[in-house]
Design a protein around this ligand. Structure first.
Ligand code: CA
Ligand code: CA
Ligand code: CA
Length: 291
């Protein structure tokens, strides 16, 4: 009985300290309110709201939309941090400014998240002319919602997509990242200066913490990833095939890739086609995700 009581206390304290690490949280549910800190956002250029992964998100038109959050949020100095957000993008052509705190498109003290034409995101983390970040993600430009979490812990910078570690780098340097720029979503200081353009797509649930917390946003599993491994391979098709003949079960949101309402052999074949990068449109219902 005593052991049980002790275990409960530990869990409660753990949850409290994790929550305390969040310094800013913008759910983007119809307004730009910061529900944790005091850095409410300002919509610029007619930035609107549309369906996000969690209720609504900011919708950027790629023309003149951005959201600014003031000059204090995102000044990390040399401390550990987490930058997290949900993104939906189909960018295959440009470098897009996604989220950053940067005064000039040149060497200075800044951080900047941009996408590129290969569909990945990068976090640049500079003090003077030394890039101590350059964490990149897996592709996020498939039109689906992805959770993206960048962390810095000491000198180690990491990138997580949908809950899976995709990149980790240790430059041995902890950049002092502090400047007078406004934290801005939807564009970069480099927009119009080096080929970078504004972001087109949706950003939802932008969160910042003053510790490195890979779990600041939850994992997300996508249609065809029957094994919940974070990528799509022949192993997923095998699970669907076994589910089709009732040897195991698979959630419709993972295995019903043709949206028929049941898991059958054609789903297994479609998953196999997707695994080898043939064009297959995933039609599963969305997997439920809770914050
Ligand atoms: Ca939202
Ligand atoms: Ca898989
Ligand atoms: Ca089906």
């Amino acid at each position: 009985m005593l052991r049980y009581a002790t275990w409960v206390v530990v869990v409660v304290l753990g949850a409290a300290s994790a929550d305390a690490a969040i310094t800013h949280d913008w759910p983007a549910d119809g307004d730009a309110t910061d529900i944790v800190g005091d850095a409410d956002g300002t919509l610029v250029g007619g930035t609107s709201f549309g369906p996000g992964l969690f209720d609504q998100g900011f919708v950027f038109d790629g023309v003149d939309d951005e959201v600014t959050f003031g000059t204090s949020a995102g000044n990390f100095g040399t401390s550990d941090f987490t930058i997290a957000f949900v993104i939906q993008s189909t960018n295959t052509t440009s470098i897009e400014g996604v989220l950053g705190k940067r005064e000039i498109c040149g060497f200075s003290s800044f951080w900047d998240v941009r996408s590129n034409s290969s569909g990945t995101l990068s976090l640049e983390l500079y003090e003077n002319n030394v890039n101590t970040g350059l964490a990149t993600t897996s592709r996020i430009n498939d039109g689906l919602f992805h959770t993206v979490v960048f962390t810095r812990e000491g000198t180690v910078v990491s990138a997580y997509v949908d809950g899976f570690l995709k990149w980790q780098t240790d430059t041995g340097i902890t950049a002092n990242v502090t400047n007078n720029a406004a934290l801005t979503a939807g564009t970069s200081a480099c927009t119009g200066a080096d080929g970078t353009v504004r972001f087109t797509g949706v950003l939802d649930e932008i969160r910042i913490a003053d510790t490195a917390d890979p779990n600041l946003l939850p994992p997300v599993f996508h249609c065809a990833d029957a094994t919940r491994s974070g990528d799509i391979s022949a192993a997923d098709a095998l699970v669907a095939l076994r589910a089709a003949v009732a040897l195991e079960t698979c959630d419709l949101c993972l295995c019903d890739i043709n949206g028929s309402g049941a898991v059958t052999a054609p789903d297994a074949l479609a998953i196999l086609q997707r695994a080898v990068s043939l064009p297959v449109t995933p039609l599963c219902p969305l997997c439920p995700v809770e914050l």
